[in-house]
Ligand binder design. Sequence first.
Ligand code: AGP
Length: 609
Amino acid sequence: MCGIFGCILKNGNAAPVIHAALKRLEYRGYDSVGEATISNGKLFIKKDQGKIDDVHKARNLDDLPGSIGIGHTRWATHGAPLEINAHPHVDCHGQIAVIHNGIIENYADLKQELENRGHVFKSKTDTEVIAHLIERALEAFPPPSLADAVLETVKKLDGSYSIAVISTKEPDKIICARHESPLVIGVNENAIYFASDIPAFLPLTNKAVIVDDGEIVTLSLKGFEIRKIADSSMVSREPKLIDWAPEMAVKQGYPYFMLKEIHEQPACLRNTLRLQEHYLDLMATFLDRAREVYLVACGTSYHACLASSYMFSKLAFLATYPVIASEFVEQHGKSVNIDSTILAVSQSGETADTLASVNVARQRAATVLGLTNTIGSTLTRVSRVYIGQQSGPEIGVAATKTFTSQLSVMSQLALRLAKKRGKVSQDEMDYLAEKLNKLPETVETILRTQEEKAKQIAKKYKDAKVFFFLGRGISTATAYEGRLKLMEIAYVPAIAFPAGESKHGPISLVEPGFPVVFICPKDDTHKTLIGNIMEMKARGASIIAVVEEGDEEIKNLAEDFFEVPKGVPEVLSPVPFITPLQLLAYYMAIEKGFNPDTPRNLAKSVTVK
Ligand code: AGP
């Protein structure tokens, strides 16, 4: 997820306006920043790696001439956060500048084709291909307009994008286009703006025009013209008045980043389905060759590892050992060896406990693989191969969208491994891949239908002194994660363990009215789980069940329940089943008057051991 912004002013320089707007978009990405303006027929660019304030101090982002310009604040997905990979990117002649938010899935093929035609690339990004494609389109005779060249270009792109293009050939226009990644226009009597999000221009105007998927826009001081990319038909759309306070606007209208990020999960899951095949296959190869595989992480990332161990076992018949990073050295420091593979999972890529485990593993010649949300983080530098999960910055301290993205990536790895090992038929592969592709839609349904229920249940149990979270099989991981969410942001003591363990001790805690959350997918554990529910009910517990829609048997046993769409395969079930529990934890925190974004005693990235 990155932030894009640009403007055309009637008077004055665009650069300072762009710089200020990028600051308001910083929560969308902050590992590098850049601006491009046009003045007297020439293109001027300043860009570098680093946070906006640091780059501004070093380069003075305001010192660019011209009243038209574009700017970008980056969250790296392709190419490390280096100056050369910062946006804007240009064509061979330095006349066209492009900024982009999204993921171009077919960039490698497009880049190869362009290189074969003599185009010289400078960066490792997917975005740069767009500048060279526009350059090629403009070489036609007679040359098309900039808008038509961009139109021709975006039709070749697979993936998600919101892009903006300026060119010295038409120095009074900005061409934007969008597919999936957000794009809005701001208008007032002295200027016209575009941005990824409304907050970027809200202090300048509250008149906004939302650009829809599959639309291309030409901006000039005469106004804006929207066309459909598919057939170039004109679209007329009036500006809307935005009544958000700037503070709300940064969260796109959500009261807290955590709720915004819970709702971003469908988009993030779609992004995880756009990973570069090459890296998934390479990582699957390393896992396939390993004598033993440890999945090492902390907190929510550990719960993703725990769930993944069921995926690798059930799909690929690969035994993997999920280990809490702070215990790895004590538990395995002496036994890990050259035949060991460590897959470290860390959304920040900076967690000290995880990195300490990785360092010991490397010292003992083990192979280190990484899964992270932060390109350029330490974990990416110490891993032999890493995958960027492409969730965009997660501002809320509680991990939500990064958790479900990790599960999606790990299930894709398990599937590839299963195929490589011949453990699943092509039909099973196709079935699971189809279900994986439907996960974003499934989560959208849950967010639409279960949020009210989460508010009600949070209100009902806001004074409960302790919660149990129970599951069987892969749902044990979901139970652990649901418990962590409730503890860390609503400060409610909660206990989670495999449902089969209750009778070995914890059930002694249960008293009448004691809330017990059961995770109940209709998988092989369903029948036994009913027995565990009956055990709890017999002792007066209040059952809160997360069930597949239509599971009347468990709904009749529960005081309260969440329903998730049916038909999600067991190995993918933590994604839908955790979503209502994320909402429950969030609304419990709100009920109790806490700020879910900044829970006490916690940091977003725990860089101390
Ligand atoms: C999760 O909600 C917590 N904020 C915390 O447990 C977190 O998952 C843990 O610190 C690991 O962080 P990482 O994924 O960045 O390594």
